[in-house]
Design a protein around this ligand. Structure first.
Ligand code: NAD
Length: 496
């Protein structure tokens, strides 16, 4: 990706690109350590201009019929599809993720998401009208909220932009999105696709910059009616505190520390393949990644050996090579953090069975890592590493396994591996997480909700359930009582 890819600047609002008048950030190529591009960031005045563009667009956009909004989204899907190759190449360049991930996961997932919300836009549901009081009809209107301010992370920049933008605009809102300052490219290209598809100016706006400057200006803006945030738990809580100052709505998709529970009767080889894929997907920089395996003691050695064997065979390297399994981590600082957490665990007595080291080449490459003998209360088991690191601990009893699975502050996703239906149903009920996979780990589906319990956040992305975040529910009561003085008014004053 060259800086010339966005020759008119890294801000997109009111239907046009603008050069940011804030500071310039140099983005380093994660795969080489060389400078990749110069990103111009927005000034607070430009955030204000973007929010005002969204506010101006809100009236006409919210008044379109569902069929008209759906038509716009179908056209957008075609434009995104036409840019599939360009989007995949840009996603890999800016994140360092393997080109197979970008091509086979991020881009098709995004296109599917656009088409899903094109359909969902015509299916905003509420209660059927009913007579709940006598002599009256009550009905529900589901109405858009207004301007949504969204803030997204760097791990799946294109998909996160889509997850934020689509339910918001399908429901009739307009949006100002701040992608991560490290990975703005594919969000800007997504906006370009929307422009080409003929979406009205101001419906989608992108402002690029750092969290404290551009992010906070967005959350604090008086015309922003809701903040939708995906990122770390610490920043999410800060955003909630900022939004509390104006009492505006927040939707928070935060960190995760997904358990992966392997019961005694599990298909061991399937579980091992599942664990390696779910731990190393996107370099482990995935909020739902499998991070803590709990394996029945009778299968522990077998599981550890098979996972180690599969991890050792993984090809880590040039993300643009289709033969590469795992590309680079997002930044040198993040690589250092992942490695220092692994080394600290080792100092505390944990054992590295596979990986636990950088690749000896320029760029931010880390080997898939398998760790045993870590303490349940240690940082490597409790805290988000956000790298390709799996800890494995044994258990003896089902109760103990479920207790360990729930024993972190997070609750985003989890999996249980068993052929026993009772055990599967018990695990799915007792594990405190927004998603529990049985004999699977990772698939996320446009039609199904995604969102956390506990410190993993509140509210849902994707699916019809996301409309609960992005709409206001209004009760409308129409009286057909012909009496001048209604019975209930007697409580307040007698008829005269
Ligand atoms: P982060 O919290 O550091 O940053 C996320 C976004 O917030 C970025 O755009 C950043 O610029 C912005 N930001 C930072 N400080 C801010 C401030 N003071 N005010 C306003 N905005 C601010 O997270 P990250 O490192 O970009 O992403 C990784 C995190 O995201 C992980 O914790 C991961 O689990 C989480 N995540 C969660 C989900 C989910 O669906 N629950 C999905 C993807 C990533």
């Amino acid at each position: 990706m060259a800086s010339t890819d966005f020759p008119h600047g890294h801000q997109y609002f009111a239907g046009a690109y603008h050069r940011g008048s804030g500071e310039t950030i140099t983005r380093i190529n994660p795969a080489t350590g060389e400078p990749l591009l110069e990103i111009d960031t927005a000034s607070p005045e430009q955030v204000d201009a973007a929010v005002n563009a969204a506010a101006t667009a809100f009236g006409p956009w919210s008044k379109l019929t569902p069929a008209e909004r759906s038509g716009h989204l179908l056209a957008l899907a075609d434009e995104v599809e036409a840019r599939a190759e360009q989007l995949a190449a840009l996603e890999t360049a800016q994140t360092g993720k393997s080109i197979r991930m970008s091509t086979e996961f991020d881009v098709p997932g995004t296109i599917d998401n656009v088409r899903f919300f094109a359909g969902a836009a015509r299916n905003l549901q509420g209660l059927a009208a009913g007579d709940y009081l006598g002599n009256s009809t009550s009905m529900i209107r589901r109405e858009p909220i207004g301007v949504i301010g969204s803030i997204a992370p760097w791990n799946y920049p294109l998909q996160m932009a889509a997850w934020k933008i689509l339910p918001a605009i399908a429901a009739g809102n307009t949006i100002v999105l701040k992608p991560s300052e490290m990975t703005p490219g594919t969000s800007l290209l997504f906006a370009e696709a929307a422009h080409a598809a003929g979406l009205p100016d101001g419906v989608i706006n992108i402002v690029v910059g750092t969290g404290p400057v551009v992010g906070e200006a967005l959350v604090r803006h008086e015309l922003v009616r809701m903040t939708s945030f995906t990122g770390s738990t610490a920043v999410g809580r800060h955003i909630m505190a900022l939004a509390a100052e104006s009492g505006t709505r927040v939707h928070l998709e935060l960190g995760g520390k997904a358990p992966f529970v392997v019961f005694a009767d599990a298909d061991l080889n399937a579980a091992a393949h599942g664990a390696v894929a779910a731990c190393t997907i996107n370099g482990g920089q995935d909020c739902t990644a499998a991070t803590r395996a709990y394996v029945h003691r009778s299968r522990f050695d077998e599981f550890v050996a098979r996972v180690a064997e599969l991890m050792e065979a993984m090809v880590v390297g040039d993300p643009t090579d289709p033969g590469t399994d795992m590309g680079a981590l997002i930044s040198q600082a993040h690589l250092d953090k992942v490695d220092s957490m692994v080394q600290a665990a080792v100092r505390d007595g944990a054992q590295v069975i596979a990986g636990g080291r950088r690749e000896a080449r320029p760029g931010n490459f880390y080997r898939p890592t398998l760790i045993t003998a870590a303490a349940q209360d240690s940082a490597i088991v409790q805290d988000e590493v956000f790298g390709p690191v799996l800890t494995v601990l044994p258990f003896d009893e089902v109760d103990q396994a479920l207790e360990l699975a729930n024993d972190t502050p997070y609750g985003l996703a989890a999996s249980a591996w068993t052929k026993d239906l009772d055990l599967a149903l018990r695990a799915s009920a007792e594990i405190q997480a927004g998603c529990v996979w049985i004999n699977e780990h990772i698939p996320i589906i446009s039609d199904m909700p995604h969102g956390g319990y506990k410190a993993s956040g509140m509210g849902k992305d994707m699916s019809q359930y996301s409309f609960d975040e992005y709409t206001n529910i209004k009760h409308v009561l129409i009286s057909h009582d012909t009496a001048t003085h209604r019975d209930w008014q007697d409580t307040v004053f007698r008829a005269r």
